[in-house]
Design a protein around this ligand. Structure first.
Ligand code: ADP
Ligand code: MG
Length: 292
């Protein structure tokens, strides 16, 4: 093994925007046969926007949005930010929620003007005993379009569905194609619902979808792939992704990600371009070829 080849390889990669934090990270990258991508912020732009408002009687679209945005105001989730932005753009007056409670992987609960508002996924509604009834069909239809449909409930009754969509990155499609040409398998790992995830994965031509995963279970899912003999690179950006990044053979943080993700990763994609995953693997394989 020539340390020189590694040093040269690491330097060349760095100039191309792929930072290998160590020689070990570069060597592990050379052996990868499966790349797992977090969906939001990695495969998509991470700038979701509200696309549909489907209120249940007696709510109006604006009334639904104002309640949802008021409840979600303190949340830092990208979905919450999209909902609050949409309400502001419509000039809706937002209330300061009381007793705000965030349930990771589910959504939030808060009191708005004395009413208890819930906003989140089906799992949150089930957990809180809300019967979504006719809204389920609307949510499924939106999800089949690749949108994330969140339910809103007021005082235990379904109030409507808000759909949020995020643009699929063109570079993500290129990344998936390049990886497949190299014989590497691709998987999506997300907390979002199965239908939405499958619609997005289909657009990108990905092999596998692992959806509806709770934040604390992402690392376990990576471990399961490893137990099947896969050599996994996990690509992510969020705080939620850090344990999974640490668990994988190689954790890859996309540059604009959170410090926690960058910290947990062995490789950082400075240009924030998922296609650089494929470039990094090509480079690592070349260096390994020189070593042996
Ligand atoms: P992701 O993989 O996209 O980071 P999360 O685990 O953060 O997924 O969230 C899973 C699901 O929980 C979201 O798709 C959404 O339905 C719901 N959810 C979580 N947080 C919120 C929130 N603040 N407002 C509305 N819905 C939320
Ligand atoms: Mg995420």
């Amino acid at each position: 093994a020539t340390p020189t080849a590694i040093t040269v390889g690491v330097g060349k990669a760095a100039r191309e925007g792929v930072l290998f934090k160590s020689a070990a990270a570069l060597e592990a990258t050379a052996g990868v046969d499966t790349v797992v991508f977090d969906k939001t912020g990695t495969l998509t732009e991470g700038k979701p926007a509200v696309t549909d408002l489907e209120p249940a009687a007696p709510f109006t679209p604006e009334g639904l949005l104002a309640l949802a945005a008021s409840a979600d105001r303190p949340s830092q989730h990208p979905l919450a930010e999209a909902i609050v932005r949409a309400a502001r753009e419509k000039g809706l007056a937002l209330d300061q929620p009381e007793g705000f409670d965030s349930v990771p992987g589910h959504g939030v609960a808060a009191r708005v003007e004395g009413r208890r508002v819930l906003i989140g996924n089906r799992r949150l509604m089930d957990r809180e005993g809300v019967k979504v009834g006719g809204l389920e069909e609307r949510a499924s239809r939106l999800a089949a379009e690749g949108k994330t449909a969140v339910y809103v409930a007021v005082d235990g009754q379904p109030a409507g569905v808000v759909a949020v969509a995020d643009v699929v990155r063109e570079s993500a499609r290129r990344a998936v194609q390049a990886l497949h040409r190299m014989g590497i398998r691709t998987a999506m790992l997300t907390g979002d619902n199965r239908r939405t995830a499958e619609a997005v994965a289909r657009r990108l031509g990905m092999d596998t979808v692992i959806a509806e995963v709770l934040p604390e279970d992402k690392a376990t899912r990576v471990r399961e792939l490893q137990a099947q003999g896969r050599k996994v690179a996990m690509v992510g950006d969020g705080v939620n992704d850090a344990p999974a990044l640490a668990e994988a053979e190689v954790g890859v943080a996309v540059g604009a990600g959170t410090d926690v993700a960058v910290e947990a990763a062995g490789v950082v994609l400075v240009k924030n371009d998922p296609a650089d995953v494929a470039r990094g693997i090509v480079l690592a394989r070349k260096v390994r070829g020189k070593i042996k």
